[in-house]
Design a protein around this ligand. Structure first.
Ligand code: G1P
Length: 346
């Protein structure tokens, strides 16, 4: 007798008012990452390896872990490489949207509008690796913006609060009235209202610092009566500049199980050495990442990132970032060299 088995895959979506609610994240990653040149000449910022995987890999893993089951990735500069990485490594439903003109974050979100339903969305900026209880953030009855207290809020969107709700949002104010910086993690309860506000900004050509800002659209939502709260994000790791990238590498490595050392190699934890890297006669770590395909010989490497396929020999490197396929020989310096470069010091 033939039996029929029905296999039901339960995805981690929520039931709300009797309807299944899916959780979609919008991840804008179209920027050129100019502060991370020369690396970003050939590799988009979010594909730079930190603690063993690209920045976007850390973001996607955290999103999926917190129940996100669909994503829209807004690509632009070197976007094909990002698309390839995501499609090779992730199985959730992903839509790619192209932002050809760099008209701002608000514009990037507006371009994703056909992928957004009435269900709440999470927006996460591509240079933000976070450690936060997203489930708690997303259980709110209101929209919620991730914030972090900073000393100098002038280079951020800034939230001013009254009675527990956000009263005003200002993009990069010269004289901030609060020290709550918006960190790039936004839970939007009424995404259709956000899209209406973005549409209005673009139609009336309202720009701040030359761009259509998400911050301005969120302020317009508040003006139209939407209630928004803040959520303190303690673990917020910036990857925007070489120093912060190395700092983030250091913090994330602390959570990684130490690999076993190949013969003739001394590993000082925290450290990541890809099983697909070849390391001989070297001291690696602390705080070093050796990516897949890298070859390291007769070297001492600490507080550094050696990217995919790079070759380092007879070198002592500290506080350094070596791009993919770059070659470093005989160097006893602090360096920051891009992909496919070749350096020899004798
Ligand atoms: C963007 C947002 C800003 C936010 C920041 C967080 O600015 O516009 O409100 O505070 O991200 O990193 P950007 O850094 O892209 O200029």
């Amino acid at each position: 007798m033939l039996s029929t088995f029905v296999i039901v895959f339960l995805s981690p979506n929520r039931i709300h008012n009797g309807f299944i609610e899916r959780m979609r994240a919008i991840v804008p990653v179209a920027g050129v990452g100019s502060r991370l040149r020369p690396h970003t000449y050939t590799v988009p910022k979010v594909l730079i390896n930190v603690a063993g995987k690209p920045i976007i890999g850390h973001i996607m893993d955290r999103l999926i872990e917190h129940g996100v089951d669909e994503a829209t990735i807004v690509i632009g500069y070197l976007g094909e490489k990002i698309r390839e990485y995501i499609l090779q490594n992730y199985r959730i439903k992903v839509d790619f949207v192209e932002q050809e003109e760099r008209l701002g974050l608000g514009h990037a979100i507006f371009l994703s509008r056909h992928t957004i339903s009435r269900d709440p969305i999470l927006i996460i900026l591509g240079d933000t690796i976070f450690d936060a209880d997203l489930k708690k953030m997303m259980s709110s009855n209101h929209s919620v913006l991730g914030v972090h207290k900073v000393e100098d809020a002038r280079r951020f969107g800034v939230a001013e609060t009254t009675d527990g709700f956000i009263a005003r949002l200002v993009e990069k104010p010269e004289n901030p009235k609060s020290n709550l910086a918006v960190v790039g993690l936004y839970y939007i309860k009424q995404p259709q209202l956000l899209i209406d506000c973005l549409k209005e900004l673009i139609k009336t050509n309202v720009r701040t610092k030359g761009e259509f800002q998400l911050t301005d659209a969120l302020q317009m939502m508040i003006d139209r009566g939407d209630k928004m709260k803040t959520f303190d994000i303690q673990g917020w790791y910036d990857c925007g500049k070489p120093e912060t990238l190395l700092e983030t590498n250091r913090i994330l490595l602390a959570n990684i199980a130490p690999p076993s050392a190949p013969k003739g190699v001394l590993l000082q934890t925290p450290v990541f050495v890809s099983p697909e890297a070849v390391v001989k006669n070297s001291v690696i770590g602390p705080n070093a990442t050796i990516a897949a395909g890298a070859e390291v010989e007769n070297a001492i490497i600490r507080n550094s990132i050696i990217s995919e396929g790079a070759r380092v020999s007879d070198a002592l490197l500290e506080d350094s970032i070596v791009g993919s396929n770059a070659i470093v020989k005989g160097s006893y310096k602090r360096i920051n060299i891009g992909d496919s470069s070749e350096l020899e010091f004798y």
